[in-house]
Design a protein around this ligand. Sequence first.
Ligand SMILES: Nc1nc2c(ncn2[C@@H]2O[C@H](COP(=O)(O)OP(=O)(O)O)[C@@H](O)[C@H]2O)c(=O)[nH]1
Ligand SMILES: [Mg+2]
Length: 290
Amino acid sequence: MPVFATPRRTSDTLVFAPTYNERGNIGQLLDGLVVHASGVDVLIVDDGSTDGTAELLAGRMRFDPHLGVIARPGKLGIGSAHKLAWLHARRLGYARIVTLDADLSHDPADVPRLLAALDAGADVALGSRFAPGGRIDYTGWRLFLSRTANGLARRVLGTIVTEYTTSLRAARLDRVRPGLVEAVNNDGYGFFLACVVRFTRAGLTVVEVPIHFRDRQHGSSKIPRLEILRGAANLARLAVARAPARPAPGAIGDGAPCPDCGRPYRVPAGRGGMRCLACFGHGTNAAVES
Ligand SMILES: Nc1nc2c(ncn2[C@@H]2O[C@H](COP(=O)(O)OP(=O)(O)O)[C@@H](O)[C@H]2O)c(=O)[nH]1
Ligand SMILES: [Mg+2]
């Protein structure tokens, strides 16, 4: 397993993708970003992939100064990988963050379209499959689920947003309060819905940019089967909690090194404790949680 140095900033924009067993896709994604978003920094959070994803990334880092990798010791959740990326982006002083999946469901050619929406005045731009002009290649059960989940969220939450669950997004970090995203209490797929709720309730200018979402060509989906039930419970919780989301002071931690892994990604974790988003350690050499 390669050891990666802490990534450094060489641009004002960070593009982030999480990986868990994406060896068949990640090279093409990185090539696409070089073509369509040349000069931006790219961060990958890899969760102990067993298919050689980390080794492929280590090879590319030898000739790509814009690529950074944070390796975590196991599959710690897509939502917590995104929170780590936001925390990292803030700490390093990036102006903008763009996030997307690593399985080529999201087109790297959409990155400049999202950045253009920020330049045109948006605080947050959501890549949207359901806004006019958007497309989704899912068929059958997954299409039904995706449509129903997003339609239901829109009705229950009473907003005009049509897309809550896909990760292709861009944001201006000076407009989104520190902690608004990093303190979302969800480490899994529910993180994406919770973020949209927080963005809208915080009064941010959120725009949707229509995208064409493709089904993955290589590898398999990592979404757990129980996610439908979890998603419904998450939506109900968010609908009931009507108050605007206010991150607690210090919600992004102090940047001190984690006593377990030495990296600067600890955030407050309730009852005065801290949790490291890079290893899930609590500073007591505690076992990694899954
Ligand atoms: N680091 C990390 N990445 C994950 C995890 N779960 C999923 N991913 C990545 O998140 C992205 C979306 O996951 P995917 O399985 O395609 O979800 P789906 O599109 O909803 O089926 C892909 O790039 C996955 O490799 C995780 O626990 N940790
Ligand atoms: Mg996918």
